[in-house]
Design a binder for this molecule. Structure first.
Ligand SMILES: [Zn+2]
Length: 120
């Protein structure tokens, strides 16, 4: 899978956002992951931990906010949460859906020790 690449990207982004001398203060790196992004959470956590071990980011912890798949039906304008990969309106059975969320793979925030969260 691509979890290793994602973990690397996250660490790169963290290093770009946080000055070198404060990397050791990074407590939490929070990521928003949509259900459609195809990320295996446990695998991503494992890769992240393996990559930061022994580096300035050793104490950083990855937190993952899972974002459900939401869509809007073009026929009846209903917004709903999709239970899985079945792309059909639960109200009218229509298949013309616009995806509202579920593809997210965004760095949401980086939390430093003893400081307010740094917006990204
Ligand atoms: Zn509908």
């Amino acid at each position: 899978m691509h979890e290793l690449a994602i973990a690397r990207d996250l660490i790169d982004m963290t290093r770009r956002h946080v000055p070198e001398e404060r990397l050791a203060q990074v407590e939490v790196v929070r990521l928003r992951v949509g259900s459609l992004a195809g990320v295996v959470e446990s695998s991503l956590l494992f890769c992240f931990e393996a990559l930061v071990r022994g580096t300035a980011l050793d104490s950083a912890r990855l937190e993952i906010d899972a974002i459900p798949i939401r869509a809007r039906c073009a026929d009846c304008q209903t917004d709903f949460e999709l239970p899985g990969s079945l792309f059909q309106c639960p109200d009218c059975g229509g298949g013309a859906l616009a995806l509202l969320s579920g593809n997210e793979l965004d760095l949401q925030e980086i939390v430093l020790a003893d400081l307010a969260p740094e917006a990204t």
